[in-house]
Design a protein around this ligand. Structure first.
Ligand code: ADP
Length: 467
């Protein structure tokens, strides 16, 4: 079965390149050897034309019909004799015979030049002169060629030529091979580069979907993962910016209301519009109440921003959670009684230890208790229970009061989220549960809510146990 393209490794590409390079190299050597052999052989061999010139000229009967040029071309020469002595030479004489005997002249026979190389000679009578024509035979020509000084140069020429052809072949084929391989790798890398550019320009929706070599696929997957994370971060940044804007709007609204009231009452007092002493006292009481409200809002805001700061740290110590809850409840027992609530604290017999910042966790639990007292009617039952599971200590704060409606269930832990009861009484800040959640998270814990209208609310805090 053909493997999917994406499963190929770059190693395979390198291996193919390596193999082809080797083959190209071997072929180039083959080309070099073949050209050299053919070149050298042709340098050393006697050509057909040369053989024809040698044989034809040697056999010619009539001096007139001799191919003088041909004789000279193959290294032969012609001598004219007078009284058997050489008086004229056409071409370059290669022996040192100056005088012939009659027998010498009339017989056709082999002879040797001054270097002992063979050539054939033949005599002609022409225009009352005797001409001796000397033509080298094949063996002569070959031997002469081997002695020839130009042979080395011609060898070098042949070697140079075959080297040029084989190196040229190698360079061109390797270039083609490597260009093809580079293109295979370059194309997906280019796509990644374009993707990065798009991402730099702020578009985090880009995803790369090509399939290529394993290693590049991994880079593509990492790119997609990174860009999706950036997209998420960008989205949550937008949400954070939006919630920051909402927060500022809500803070200003919440602070503005008591300030407007204070301004109104104090102006009335200042302008002397308040006639009776009783009314004046009432106005001052209003002003005082509004400053209390302002103070509460500013305190809550201060706590919230402090907890939200990344530098904020809790200082935990190991505490027994039953004791912790007993102490917290003791602080608010008066308020519970005043609110005419039924109250129950359920603590198991065994001790459960957690690493907590007492003061901060106390604030978290008190927020939940106070909410229960604040939003529910007399006669409501409030139960605070401590349990444990394998890993966690579990604190449950449960009431059977008015409950929280479904829409708020999800968002109630977000800052400035307030229920109708809070808005109507104008008593809350919408920060209490956000503060509680933040504190629990600073203890590596979690908080959840189960609530139903008119059935009550149950908040569950889970904290890691110390074993
Ligand atoms: P607030 O300052 O308004 O109390 P919180 O964040 O503490 O802000 O609470 C958010 C909202 O959740 C409240 O406005 C209230 O409507 C609702 N709530 C919280 N606890 C209870 C509870 N025990 N019973 C009923 N409603 C509750």
């Amino acid at each position: 079965m053909k493997k999917a393209k994406g499963n190929k490794s770059l190693l395979r590409l390198f291996f193919i390149n390596y193999t082809f390079s080797l083959i190209i190299f071997i072929v180039a050597i083959g080309i070099f050897i073949s050209i050299s052999i053919v070149g050298l052989a042709s340098n050393l061999s006697v050509t057909d034309r040369e053989i024809r010139l040698m044989e034809e000229n040697f056999l010619v009967e009539d001096f007139e019909k001799l191919d003088v040029e041909g004789i000279l071309e193959v290294g032969g020469w012609i001598e004219r004799l007078e009284d058997n002595r050489v008086v004229e030479i056409i071409g370059s004489k290669r022996d040192n015979i100056e005088e012939y005997t009659v027998l010498n002249v009339i017989s056709e026979y082999e002879n040797y030049d001054s270097f002992g190389k063979k050539y054939n000679s033949r005599a002609y009578l022409h225009d009352s002169f005797v001409y001796v024509v000397k033509v080298p035979n094949g063996e002569y020509l070959l031997n002469k060629r081997l002695d020839d000084k130009t042979l080395g140069e011609s060898f070098r020429g042949t070697i140079k030529y075959s080297l040029t052809v084989s190196i040229g072949f190698m360079v061109i084929t390797m270039c083609i091979l490597f260009c093809k391989s580079i293109k295979k790798v370059e194309a997906p890398l280019k796509k990644i580069e374009n993707g990065i550019q798009t991402m730099i320009n702020g578009d985090y929706t880009i995803r790369l979907s090509f399939k290529t070599y394993k290693e590049i696929d991994k880079i593509r997957e990492s790119f997609n993962y990174m860009v999706s994370k950036l997209e998420e971060a960008e989205a949550s940044k937008k949400v954070a910016e939006e919630s920051k804007k909402n927060m500022i709007r809500d803070i200003t609204h919440d602070i503005k209301t008591p300030i407007t009231s204070i301004m109104g009452y104090s102006r009335a007092l200042y302008d002397g519009k308040v006639e009776s002493h009783e009314e004046e006292k009432r106005y001052l009481q209003y002003i005082f109440n509004k400053t209390l409200r302002l103070n509460y809002l500013i305190n809550e805001l201060f706590v919230f921003t402090k907890l939200e700061s990344s530098e904020y740290k809790v200082y935990p110590k190991i505490e027994e959670m039953g004791n912790f809850l007993r102490e917290v409840v003791a602080l608010y027992y008066g308020e519970i009684e005043e609110a005419e609530f039924e109250f129950e604290l359920i603590i198991p017999e065994n001790e459960i230890y957690c690493n907590i910042d007492f003061k901060e966790l106390e604030r978290a639990v008190i927020n939940l208790m106070v909410n229960s007292l604040k939003y529910n009617d007399k006669g409501t039952t409030l139960i605070i229970e401590l349990k444990e599971d394998v890993e966690k200590a579990v604190i449950i704060i449960r009431d059977d009061g008015i409950g929280i409606n479904k829409e708020l269930n999800e968002s109630v832990f977000k800052e400035f989220v307030r229920g109708d009861s809070s808005r109507q009484t104008n008593g809350g800040s919408g920060l209490g549960l956000a503060i509680t959640k933040r504190i629990v998270e600073l203890h590596n814990g979690s908080i959840s809510l189960r609530s139903e209208i008119n059935k009550g609310s149950e908040f569950t805090i889970k904290l890691p146990k110390v074993k």
